[in-house]
Design a protein around this ligand. Structure first.
Ligand SMILES: [Mn+2]
Length: 288
């Protein structure tokens, strides 16, 4: 339902109005992977996670090498295990490092052992950073793991104890909402973008609906109060556009059943428009 809500909210039309050519590749289907036993009985929909990851990985590895900016629509944030691993494979083929900006209320850094809830949308970043236990996902060890220092999690405000330890041990960049309040989006994001540029890196952005404050984006199953405001979110997107560095994007965790007259889907489309060059406020040049 998530992808169709974005289509209905005019994602393609918004991008076309900005002068971009858009190709809708339709809905991807999970691979048929046969029987599979979960390594931890608490895990929910484990087989589906594996089946989707393999399908999305193959698609993203193919799109990642082309002169296009893929936008992956979901759906569960677990999809990033496939999209980002595929983009990472493509980046390796191109001989360039992949950086990831993870815009999320949560850090999604659980292993299949550390998760208490069994919700697999809490695990993709741990897989992508090479933590152990995920070999089922691609049917082989993931070769193109992200360097944890090339990952920046922004806007986080809910981290489980087990995750906090893993994040610190691995040196992932984490800017929580307190840091956003104290330092501001610009001061947190600019140094990261400068590092991507200096490394001639590719940049994948993974935007979870719950990055946003629930008052402006209610259509998500895991709301956490105190999220990014309308202006903070647009500032992130405008800075990303100005940087010219973004090479792929996830839009995830939209649940249209929980939306209020499509406002969350429309906001996510507007934010994508900002990332692709639309300005919310005109900034006329003045002479002083
Ligand atoms: Mn997430």
């Amino acid at each position: 339902m998530g992808p169709d809500a974005y289509r209905t909210a005019g994602l393609a039309e918004t991008l076309e109005a900005l002068g971009h050519a858009v190709a809708d590749h339709g809905n991807i289907r999970p691979l048929d992977i046969g029987e599979l036993t979960p390594p931890n009985p608490v895990l929910k929909n484990y087989k589906a996670y594996v089946a989707w990851t393999r399908a999305l990985h193959a698609k993203a590895a193919e799109l990642g090498e082309g002169p296009v900016v893929p936008i992956y629509l979901g759906g569960d944030h677990a999809l990033a295990a496939g999209t980002v691993s595929g983009q990472a494979k493509a980046a390796a083929e191109l001989g360039r490092p992949l950086f990831v900006l993870w815009l999320d209320a949560h850090s999604d850094f659980h292993t299949l052992d550390s998760t208490g809830s069994g919700n697999l949308h809490g695990t993709p970043l741990a897989f992508l950073c090479g933590l152990p236990g995920f070999d089922d996902l691609l049917g082989a060890p993931f070769e193109h793991t992200l360097k944890p220092e090339n990952v920046e999690i922004l806007g986080v405000r809910s981290i489980d104890d087990a995750e906090r330890k893993l994040l610190l041990d691995h040196g992932v960049g984490v800017s929580d909402m307190r840091r956003v309040d104290e330092a501001g989006i610009h001061n947190l994001l600019k140094p990261f973008l400068d590092r991507v540029k200096a490394a001639n890196g590719l940049l994948h952005v993974s935007l979870d609906v719950d990055f946003l404050d629930p008052s402006i984006a209610p259509a998500v199953g895991t709301t956490v109060p105190g999220g990014a405001t309308f202006r903070e979110a647009h500032l992130v997107m405008e800075m990303l556009h100005d940087s010219g560095l973004v090479t792929s994007l996830d839009l995830v965790e939209l649940n249209p059943f929980l939306d209020e007259r499509g406002k969350t889907a429309r906001l996510m489309v507007e934010l994508t428009g900002s990332l692709f060059g639309r300005r919310v406020f005109d900034r006329p040049t003045r002479s002083f």
